[in-house]
Design a protein around this ligand. Sequence first.
Ligand SMILES: Nc1ncnc2c1ncn2[C@@H]1O[C@H](COP(=O)(O)OP(=O)(O)O)[C@@H](O)[C@H]1O
Ligand SMILES: [Mg+2]
Length: 307
Amino acid sequence: MPEFSLRELTEKRKFLFFGGKGGVGKTTMAASTAVWLAEKGYNTLIVATDPTVSLSVIYEQKISETQITKINMVKNLCGLNINPRTAAGYFQARLEGMVANFITLFGNEVISTPCAEEMAAFDQFVTFLNDKDYDHVVFDTAPTGHSLRELSMPFDWSGYMANQIKNKRELSAVMDGAVNDENILESLRVEKERYDNSVKALSDQSISAFQLVLLPEKLPIEETARAIVDLAQFNINVQTLIVNEVIPADVLKGNWFLERRRATQDAYLMEIETRFKGIPRKEVPLLETDAFGVNNLRKVASILYER
Ligand SMILES: Nc1ncnc2c1ncn2[C@@H]1O[C@H](COP(=O)(O)OP(=O)(O)O)[C@@H](O)[C@H]1O
Ligand SMILES: [Mg+2]
């Protein structure tokens, strides 16, 4: 395994993403990382964009969909559970303003496209990618395919907006300045800058780190391979693989069932080694219990960052 320090990588990146197949441990890794950073003294925010709401369960307190919530058991840590299905809530006012501007400029047809909902979902990301309040923002993202769709939004939209702004200029010129909407153009320019900043932050490896979580099993390996290729299309390199739920060798003790499971994992660990050569990896053992609650998160964090 290539030598590297996950601790250093994590402390030095502002935006930390955890992707991967459903059930492999994304929320666990994101939540542990957030606890570790916060308890090191960094002002930290964890944002969940997975509609299978689990942050509240894992931190054992209600975490709001509309307000950034202080997490009581951990100093310096706040959380927000975005529900991408409901454009209402946290972002509503901003979005309504933006949508109104779009409609004024380009007419209703722009907004009634099916991508309006996705724009809303991505806009929530964009807000955090422009954040100036926190030292670290940890994203607990939806299963791979869905989050990639969200991530691809600004890449399209930024160019789209640039075009619209240019066309509108030309249109204005034709109409001999009869339409004066410089304020609206200016506010769209501000939006474009927010999106451009996000694109920059996402693809800058010194600002953002993409980690994929997987199990030493066939399906998560295939999903990881696909995610690596998909992310590369957006110039995003996967910086770490977290191989979760590896059965510890010292529990086998001649138990045929555990030995068989571990032998299966060993074969897949070899496959991971050869297929994902060059991407640093961290193994996390299968714990003797599931991993909710702050104490368990601290245990996972110490495995990730203290050894
Ligand atoms: N290393 C581990 N050992 C034991 N249980 C784990 C481990 N990692 C995750 N879990 C448990 O597996 C389940 C799925 O993890 P979760 O983080 O919710 O996955 P995801 O967010 O990828 O869907 C949870 O019940 C969690 O507590
Ligand atoms: Mg999850």
